[in-house]
Design a protein around this ligand. Structure first.
Ligand code: 6PG
Length: 466
């Protein structure tokens, strides 16, 4: 029997789609799932007539693969990945490759990479973005782990990645969890932009009085310009979709509690740990959490519909808010990437390159920031910030109008507000941190630096004379 090129372990939505994608690129694929029924269903269904062989026992699945074996995991992050890695590594041989394509925490990938290297198994932690459609047609892929395994995977698995202007949206970011680190930053930006889109929808619908479908059309229109992005296009489609049973826009029937699987929170934790300020990502995670804390939500005075009577002006205000917030969310993400790059040794521009197609945050802003970073030397965050400052300054009057009017109508805009204060801080010659330093020294003798002398100082703040 001819041995198969790649093994896919885990036939959830992503695993199935990715197996079909690999096969469509001319690879022969072995598939395995913990519950055999799922494998059999897949073989009878979507995999029928394709060069995909299913296995119900692990030994034959592994035995069917050509050497060195390459097994792609689509398994729930956390313990399940550890369990599968443990089982597989006991059955594989030196030089075989385990490639974790789930949304694993980068520290887990660091740990698995180190443990498996010691046993001669080559580990790759791969951030895969694009949802089911991406997995099927071409995701963006962020690799980390064993470099020699990456080189082999690039030739095989890489064929399944998305393509942007003849360049495949995949890259190697360094050892251990580097690829999963980049994916976590991607998801932090994803959370921030989704929150920013949701709040302009809220303002236009609840505040200005546009119908759900009208907001969808406004988003479609914005999507023709600088705001072109997968997430805005997705939002427009969701807003315009009518529930066949009730005839109402389906989104109006969805419970207003946003769930999360943890990658946004991990981005915030990483920012805190690495000393990066990412307030819009943080506010977006916090807001998702707040939506589910029903007991704290105590509705007060309602919003006056048509509070903003100048509809054209309100739409322009919302567009400015979304654009400024999106730019600053990407900038915060880039700043977080830069901190990770110091540990893992990748180029920040590489992340932007592979985010241009296939992934959830693909957008014209990513394309423009990549172009800027690919030819401008220097600190990446400073480069994109300097490029954006004139644009954001121009948006500022409308952006402020959005925040003010939304607040007057009691519509929360946490993404926009946090982005605004981030921007104002970045644009302030002097910040009130001097007072914070003074108070720290007053109660704790923590010392402070002075603007007129070198070194650290302490004052008794007049207590000596009391
Ligand atoms: C992607 C997505 C995908 C998923 C995340 C976030 O890049 O394809 O990021 O991985 O959307 O798991 O999910 P939650 O919103 O449930 O946290």
């Amino acid at each position: 029997m001819n041995r198969l090129d790649v093994g896919v372990y885990g036939l959830g939505v992503m695993g199935e789609a990715f197996a079909l994608n690999l096969e469509s690129r001319g690879l022969t694929v072995a598939v395995y799932n913990r519950t055999s029924e799922k494998t059999l269903q897949f073989l009878r269904g979507r995999a029928k007539g394709r060069m995909i062989q299913g296995f119900t026992d692990l030994k034959s699945f592994i035995g069917s693969l050509s050497r060195p074996r390459m097994i792609v995991l689509f398994v729930k992050a956390g313990r399940p990945v550890d369990e599968v890695v443990e089982t597989l590594s006991g059955m594989l041989e030196r030089g075989d490759v385990i490639m974790d394509c789930g949304n694993s925490h980068y520290r887990d990938s660091d740990r698995r990479f180190a443990a498996l290297s010691g046993r001669g198994i080559r580990f790759l932690g791969v951030g895969v973005s694009g949802g089911e459609e991406g997995a099927l047609k071409g995701p963006s892929m962020m690799f980390g782990g064993d470099f020699s395994a990456y080189v082999e995977a690039e030739n095989k698995i890489g064929r399944a990645a998305a393509v942007f202007e003849n360049s495949r949206c995949l890259s190697y970011f360094g050892e251990g969890g580097a690829g999963h680190f980049v994916k976590i930053v991607h998801n932090g930006i994803e959370y921030a932009i989704m929150q920013a889109i949701a709040e302009v929808y809220d303002y236009l619908a609840r505040g200005v009085g546009l119908s759900t479908v009208e907001v969808g059309s406004v988003f479609e229109d914005w999507g023709k310009g600088i705001l072109r992005s997968f997430l805005l296009e997705a939002a427009a489609r969701v807003l315009k979709h009518v529930d066949p049973e009730t005839g109402k826009p389906l989104v109006e029937l969805i419970l207003d509690e946003a769930e999360q699987k943890g990658t946004g929170k991990w981005a915030v934790e990483a920012a805190m740990e690495l000393g990066v300020s990412a307030p819009t990502i943080s506010a977006s995670v916090a807001e998702r959490t707040l939506t589910t804390q029903r007991i704290l939500r105590r509705p007060g005075r309602g919003v006056g519909v048509n509070g903003d009577r100048d509809v054209g002006g309100a739409v322009e205000a919302a567009r400015s808010a979304l654009l400024a917030t999106a730019l600053l969310s990407y900038i915060q993400g880039i700043s977080l990437l830069q901190a990770g790059a110091r540990n893992y040794g990748f180029r920040v521009s590489e992340a932007l390159r592979v985010w241009r197609a296939g992934c959830i945050i693909r957008s014209r802003i990513v394309e423009e920031f990549y172009r800027e970073l690919s030819w401008s030397p220097g600190d990446p965050t400073v480069v994109v910030l300097e490029k954006s400052i004139p644009q954001i300054e121009e948006l500022m009057p409308h952006w402020l109008q959005f925040i003010t009017n939304a607040s007057k109508m009691r519509i929360p805009t946490p993404a926009s507000m946090s982005a605004l204060s981030y921007f104002l801080s970045l644009r302030s010659e002097r910040l009130p941190a001097n007072l914070i330093q003074g108070i720290r020294d007053y109660f704790g003798g923590h010392m402070f630096k002075r603007v007129d002398r070198e070194g650290y100082f302490h004052s008794d703040w007049g207590r000596g004379s009391e």
